[in-house]
Design a protein around this ligand. Structure first.
Ligand code: SF4
Length: 192
């Protein structure tokens, strides 16, 4: 089922397991450990992401998507083979300049080439300004193509959705500071 909380329109989201950054106050700490998680081939993941025919885009979050850049780039390629209109928003703790100059693994250039928007930088809790799709004001929204340039992802109110999985509540989106305080991060999912 798509979400409206992690980018414009209705989006299918991938959260990858594992992040090397360990930001203090990370809103998605359960995704930080580099531990075995669900493994899925890009062709199968692309099919899952397209299962909701109403989605208009994909969002890659985590965890650190650049750690699995090749698989995600291939997933995006396969999804767009069926749906060329899909937009792609990707979060990363790296800076765009570093990704371009010294990509941390060989799949990074392909993922950058696939992304319409890259939201970069580490989460800094004291700079969380409760605005936009990025978690803190130091993070930057890069429009790598023109496809989503008309959408303001830096400002505006945040949005969060609550999904029930059995007795467990999952929070999808970038929570407000108030939400983050009310709902312990270990219970949910967030973008960065
Ligand atoms: S905020 Fe993002 S970059 Fe920082 S530790 Fe959490 S998942 Fe990693």
């Amino acid at each position: 089922m798509g979400t409206h909380a992690l980018g414009p329109g209705r989006r299918s989201v991938v959260w990858v397991q594992g992040c090397p950054f360990h930001c203090a106050g990370c809103l998605a700490p359960e995704w930080i450990p580099d531990v075995p998680a669900r493994r899925v081939a890009p062709v199968d993941l692309a099919a899952e992401l397209l299962a909701d025919p109403a989605v208009t885009g994909l969002t890659f979050s985590g965890g650190e998507p650049m750690e699995q850049a090749a698989g995600l780039a291939e997933t995006a390629r396969l999804a767009r083979r069926a749906r060329p209109d899909l937009t792609l928003v990707c979060f990363t703790g790296h800076r765009l300049e570093r990704l371009r100059d010294r990509p941390p693994n060989p799949g990074v250039p392909a993922l950058l080439a696939a992304a319409d928007v890259l939201i970069d930088g580490l989460y800094v809790a004291v700079r969380d300004d409760d605005r936009g799709l990025r978690g803190s004001a130091n993070q930057r929204v890069h429009h790598l193509t023109d496809r989503l340039r008309h959408v303001d992802l830096t400002g505006g109110p945040r949005r969060i959705e609550v999904r029930m999985r059995g007795a467990e509540a999952l929070f999808v989106g970038v929570p407000s500071r108030a939400m983050a305080a009310l709902y312990p991060p270990a219970d949910g999912r967030s973008a960065q």
